[in-house]
Unconditional design. Structure first.
Length: 149
């Protein structure tokens, strides 16, 4: 409701352009930078069986991008979300040859991605409108590639 004089024209209403929906990304990174980014399809949820596929992809990406790191051993840190602590996910981590560093339950410490990575990405994307999911993914990938190790 707007205050206006009886003879003034009605207020102009602007049409709202719909933006892309939310896109969920799982980011695997180390001290040298981003190793792998996996985007979840719409309508899917992160489950233990789903999470096993990106773990295999991380191993392949490490083999390609970080020569010799697999031989020296990989310490794998993740939070204690149900999908991450499920038996298929833990088996996939063991099969990949990673040593799992457990995140203490009810830890007051933030997971490193929640503190360093995602708030800065959200700040970069804030206020933008995207035509579709691909536009969001391209923008996020560009920002992630530009980050310092």
């Amino acid at each position: 409701m707007a205050l206006k004089h009886v003879s003034s024209p009605p207020p102009t209403k602007f049409s709202i352009v719909a933006s892309a929906r939310k896109v969920m990304a799982t980011v695997f990174w180390d001290a040298e930078g981003i190793v792998l980014v996996d985007y979840l399809e719409h309508g899917s949820t992160v489950t233990g069986p789903y999470y096993t596929d990106p773990i295999g992809q991380v191993r392949a990406a490490l083999k390609e991008k970080r020569r010799g790191k697999l031989r020296r051993g990989v310490l794998f840190h993740q939070d204690n979300a149900p999908a991450h602590t499920s038996s298929p996910a833990l088996a996939a981590i063991r099969n990949a040859g990673f040593e799992l560093l457990r995140h203490p339950p009810y830890s007051p410490d933030l997971a490193p991605s929640d503190f360093y990575l995602f708030p800065k990405l959200k700040e970069f994307i804030k206020g933008r409108r995207f035509a579709d999911d691909e536009d969001v993914i391209c923008t996020a990938n560009d920002w992630l590639e530009d980050q310092e190790p």
